[in-house]
Write a protein that binds this ligand. Structure first.
Ligand code: 2HG
Ligand code: ZN
Length: 452
């Protein structure tokens, strides 16, 4: 590939062609998806992104936009030798508007840096996930990332007040005015958010901030069974308006985390399910909890641990947050991020092992996730990376229960062949027409969302 023009656009420091240096960009976080690339492009400005995409459009060269490369569905991996367009050097936070509670940032800024900038100004950016220090804001927008606080604040889509992006023709589209009211036609941010780099490359965003809670408390709860835990989830959702997160995990995941990271378990017990509940709000949390229906359980159970300061809260959160790393250290997992309708979570968690066993009864299954949103992360260790049989069986089962085959990680390349489990042919045809309107040459992230 003739890369001279790209070097002219980006400067020699903005392009990496040495395969030994670009391997960090060609494998996804799970290691299940990998590829190679003639070059990693590292623009610093929207203008450079625009020029690069214009060049690719003119020369019919495919490219894969990439943020922090923390995705788990192969959605930012150059599996067919595409160029990688990394936004890693676009990390300027341009404005934190104290008056309106808004932040404007380039897309390559990490989620953690956005959270900290907001916090320095007395605000909070309410999307949170364990890859916060590597995941980029652009990546969280491209995937409509969820995380642990969706229950309270919504997905990434709910935080976006304006976007700037570069379409597949290299045109700069969108705006960053951040008007609270603006009904001028189709909602571009809503459409681009979750489009996984297939419609445009997000270059900047204006995001809403919220007032941080005055007091926060984490409570770890242990249960004999999942059904018992889920009845508490319902109670919490109904009666505690301060709840920020309600996460679930199970004994085998907890054991793996404790073994891998050499940490003591919360209790010497073998329990059916664990919930980690995070509560935040005005001063007086403990009193409000003691007046809620939750207090009966808290007062009688032997399996309750409180974290009221940063350190003790962190200690409880590590049991949940370290699942991904602990599983990854044990092998290359098949990750199926799914959500179930209300009332189906117990059935799913109880039956999914059996469904997997009909195909292979030697796999290891780990379930954990966001109980308050019905979002379970199914992690299966054992099958080879290219084997799709278990993925298909689990995703078909999810669809049969009325659930979503992708709750928060996206479709990427991992689930492109399964999109029809949740979307009709007519819907997929409309999706393709939308893609063609934004990206007429089909150069943006080919193979993601739609199978090639
Ligand atoms: C989480 O909730 C992330 O921790 C990762 O979405 C989930 O590793 C996973 O499967
Ligand atoms: Zn998650």
């Amino acid at each position: 590939m003739e890369l001279e023009s790209l070097i002219t656009i980006l400067g020699s420091g903005g392009i990496v062609t040495d395969p030994s240096l670009n391997s960090a960009y060609t494998v996804d976080w799970t290691r299940r998806y990998s590829g190679n690339t003639p070059a990693v492009l590292l623009p610093k400005t929207t203008e450079q992104v625009s020029q690069v995409v214009k060049w690719c459009y003119k020369n019919s060269v495919a490219l894969v936009p990439q943020g922090g490369n923390t995705g788990m569905v192969g959605g930012a991996t150059p599996v067919n030798g595409e160029l990688v367009l990394s936004l890693k050097r676009m990390t300027d936070i341009e404005e934190v508007d104290d008056a309106t509670g808004q932040i404007v940032t380039q897309a390559g800024t990490t989620l953690g840096d956005v959270q900290q900038a907001a916090s320095r100004h007395g605000w909070k950016y309410p999307v949170d996930l364990s890859a916060r220090d590597s995941a980029s804001i652009g990546g969280t927008i491209a995937t409509n990332a969820g995380g642990s606080q969706v229950l309270r604040y919504g997905n990434t889509r709910e935080q976006i007040l304006g976007l700037e992006a570069v379409s597949g023709t290299g045109d700069v589209i969108g705006d960053l005015r951040g008007l609270s009211k603006d009904n001028t036609g189709y909602h571009l941010p809503g459409l681009l958010c979750g489009s996984e780099g297939t419609l445009a490359v997000v270059t900047k965003a204006r995001l809403r901030l919220v007032k941080p809670p005055k007091e926060e408390l984490s409570i770890l709860l242990g249960f004999r069974s999942l059904i018992e835990a889920l009845s508490i989830v319902e109670e919490i959702r109904k009666s505690l308006e301060d709840v920020q997160a309600c996460e679930v995990f199970f004994q085998n995941g907890l054991d793996l985390v404790c073994e891998k990271f050499e940490i003591a378990p919360p209790w010497n017990a073998h329990l059916g399910a664990y919930l980690l509940v995070d509560i935040g709000g005005q001063i007086g949390l403990e009193e409000r909890i003691s007046n809620s229906p939750l207090s009966a359980f808290l007062n009688t159970s032997n399996f309750v641990a409180y974290g009221s300061d940063n350190l003790s809260r962190k200690k409880l959160w590590q049991y949940r947050d370290l699942h991904t790393e602990a599983i990854s250290a044990a092998g290359v997992p098949h990750k199926l991020d799914v959500s179930l309708p209300h009332g189906k979570l117990n059935e799913f968690c109880n039956d999914v092992q059996e469904i997997i066993n009909t195909i292979d009864n030697e796999t290891q299954l780990f379930l954990f996730g966001h109980a308050g949103d019905g979002n379970i992360h199914v992690n299966v260790l054992g099958p080879s990376p290219e084997d799709l049989e278990i993925d298909t069986a689990v995703l078909k089962y999810v669809a049969s229960l009325g659930g979503s085959i992708s709750a928060e990680h996206g479709i990427g390349r991992a689930k492109a062949h399964h999109l029809n489990l949740n979307r009709t042919t007519q819907e997929i045809d409309i999706f393709r027409e939308i893609k063609a309107a934004f990206d007429p040459a089909g150069i943006l992230n080919p193979g993601t969302i739609f199978p090639q």
